[in-house]
Unconditional design. Structure first.
Length: 281
């Protein structure tokens, strides 16, 4: 059956706006989730990528689909494919976003595209977010959502990709159920692949899926742990899923004002690839 995305193109240009008073608690909770003891307080700059725990859409429970996401057809187009992932993002940081200063996120559907992959149809939705504080735009972000067909067990798994680079910075960690639960709660994200193991395995995953946003946040955090230079921009893309219980190695290799970043699973397979651009000093 051929997938026709022509009706979904009508969502291009649709907008959504969410205001947030930027209280300190979510940032303090995320700091604890990431094992940091330096949570930002009122007036402090929000660390890079921590904005994802703010500006949440509070969908009623009755409005959730069977997979835990809000039913499609509101702001996001009703893509008729069951699996969705946060495939990547490109962000710039024109000015600090500060705790306690009210800000607003304005989101726009920029594009809807269709591709054919090894596992079947793929639909990509490009969303642009502009987060505006009292002084003007603080974060400009384009993120990619990808919708995929249901898992097909008969298809062979792709060989894991590996990077030849040798890291200057590394951090090894292991994701567990409690950490995934906490991060889902901070995102107000009920997507079942992150906490419902039987559902995740039914969808073809080897365990509970680690949020791509969490891995990206930890890669940005790796930069913070190794340099005090602020971020000017950050780009990342998900390559393959990480699951709970497996080892993850975060790696960074600085090159001038750029830092190549990547996350590998315990077997050296590439999971997330990223690049941070630092403010030149």
């Amino acid at each position: 059956m051929t997938l026709d995305i022509t009706p979904l193109k009508n969502w291009i240009g649709r907008q959504e706006s969410v205001a947030d008073a930027m209280p300190a608690f979510p940032a303090a909770a995320l700091a604890a989730t990431l094992d940091r003891d330096d949570a930002p307080g009122k007036g402090d700059s929000l660390p890079p990528l921590w904005h994802w725990i703010y500006f949440r859409e509070l969908h009623r429970h009755a409005d959730l689909a069977e997979n835990g996401h809000a039913r499609l057809g509101g702001f996001l187009p009703p893509v008729p494919l069951p699996r969705r992932m946060f495939a990547g993002a490109r962000l710039s940081f024109p000015r600090p976003l500060r705790i306690g200063e009210e800000a607003r996120r304005v989101s726009t559907i920029v594009d809807v595209n269709q591709k054919k992959g090894a596992s079947g149809d793929l639909v990509f939705v490009l969303v642009r977010n502009e987060i505006i504080g009292p002084g003007g735009p603080a974060i400009v972000e384009e993120h990619d959502l990808v919708y995929r067909e249901a898992a097909r067990p008969e298809l062979p798994r792709p060989a894991p990709r590996r990077l030849p680079e040798k890291a200057a910075w590394t951090r090894e960690l292991q994701f567990d159920v409690a950490q995934l639960f906490r991060y889902s709660a901070l995102l107000f994200n009920a997507y079942r692949i992150h906490y419902d193991r039987p559902y995740a395995t039914e969808q073809g995953y080897a365990g509970l899926v680690v949020h791509g946003q969490l891995v990206a946040t930890l890669l940005a955090d790796l930069v913070r742990r190794n340099t005090d230079a602020p971020l000017k921009a950050f780009r990342y893309r998900s390559v393959s899923p990480l699951v709970d219980g497996s080892t993850c190695v975060l790696s960074g290799l600085p090159n001038g004002n750029l830092v190549n970043l990547w996350a590998e699973d315990g077997n050296g397979g590439l999971a997330v690839q990223a690049e941070a651009e630092l403010v030149e000093r």
